[in-house]
Design a protein around this ligand. Structure first.
Ligand SMILES: C[S@@+](CC[C@H](N)C(=O)[O-])C[C@H]1O[C@@H](n2cnc3c(N)ncnc32)[C@H](O)[C@@H]1O
Length: 313
């Protein structure tokens, strides 16, 4: 049964039975980036390490509720240290600190930490990936979400950032992954190249097969098809769905392949940082159940209204 739990992620997860969920796809609050206006929110911890530790605890609880063959897909972006121009700034009044007032409580988030200099990219995505791996997850893929319409940046001393990560992790070494559900059409030019390769036993087929170079490359069956296995760079524009006041929605097109590959029709998809309910909207459209958790009750209500309007495809 689909439901939205309006609570802190860890508390909400504790109410879910063990091994009852097929997959989880989510986008946690990024470190030091936004104020979601609720006390207890993730993303305003005093150090990157504390943020990573908190997320790792939450995702350990996700692992408990996942079925043995379940997967976790985490969309995560990076943050920079120390410029004092951090995006979280609401009213900065301290050196190297973002300070903001939330429900009459003042929060101060440092902008530099030991070993991380001002202007350094913190490396949050890989800190999280390694921490999750150490906590027992199998780290299976680093998918790059290449944002086709990324926002321009004012910085002039580095390239503009155009991507975020989606890590695919699994609870067990063998897990449910329906590669056929997310295959990509082969371009005509590739079909012709592969055919040529097979005919003259050239590098695309013959050489690798003869030499048995790499077990993974022995399966050339995709070359006989109209489709190829999905690649790990996904080119998707940033959000299309507009919901007033929620400012960090991920696009439905980003969630779609995760749900198609990670669950069967009728399965249950979990998102412990539900926000505007994108995961629930896509899950419903694709004939899956969903469980969403969010700490902000206003978002829970809005997500519910959004999902009610979604028709099953
Ligand atoms: C990046 S947004 C998720 C957006 C969502 N993927 C969407 O498409 O709308 C992160 C969400 O996490 C929620 N959040 C922050 N701290 C939380 C916590 N401790 N427990 C549960 N939710 C939390 C915020 O309210 C926010 O809605």
């Amino acid at each position: 049964m689909s439901k939205i739990i309006c609570a802190d992620a860890l508390d909400g997860l504790k109410t879910i039975s063990s091994e009852s969920v097929d997959m989880c796809v989510t986008s946690p609050p990024y470190y030091g980036l936004r104020d979601y206006g609720v006390s207890g929110q993730v993303g305003i911890e005093q150090t990157p390490e504390a943020y990573i530790a908190r997320l790792t605890d939450i995702f350990s609880e996700v692992r408990r509720v996942l079925k043995k063959d379940g997967t976790l897909w985490v969309n995560i972006g990076d943050s920079y240290a120390g410029s004092g121009k951090g995006p979280m700034t609401i009213s900065a009044n301290g050196k190297n600190k973002d300070v903001f007032d939330m429900q009459n409580r003042i929060y101060e988030v440092p902008k530099t930490w030991e070993g991380i200099k001002p202007k350094d990219l913190i490396g949050i995505p890989w800190m999280l990936a390694f921490s999750l791996r150490s906590s027992g997850w199998y780290l299976r893929s680093d998918i790059i979400w290449h944002k086709l319409n990324c926002l321009p940046e004012s910085v002039k001393d580095r390239p503009t950032k155009t991507y975020e990560h989606i890590f695919l992790l699994s609870k067990s070494p063998k897990y449910y992954y329906d590669y056929k559900a997310i295959q990509e059409p082969l371009k005509q030019v590739s079909k012709e190249r592969y055919k040529r390769g097979r005919a003259d036993k050239s590098k695309y087929y013959g050489e690798n097969m003869r030499q048995g170079i790499n077990k993974q490359h022995e399966d050339f069956s995709e070359f006989d098809q109209e489709y190829r296995r999905k690649r790990d760079v996904w080119e998707i524009s940033t959000n299309t769905y507009k919901m007033d006041e929620h400012f960090a929605m991920y696009p439905e097109k980003l969630v779609e392949p995760c749900i198609l590959a990670g669950s069967r029709v009728g399965g249950t998809v979990l998102d412990p940082f539900f926000g505007s309910g994108t995961t629930g909207a896509v899950a419903k459209r694709l004939g899956r159940e969903y469980i969403g958790i969010d700490i902000n009750s206003r978002y829970c209500g809005k997500a519910q209204m959004r999902i009610e309007k979604v028709a099953v495809a």
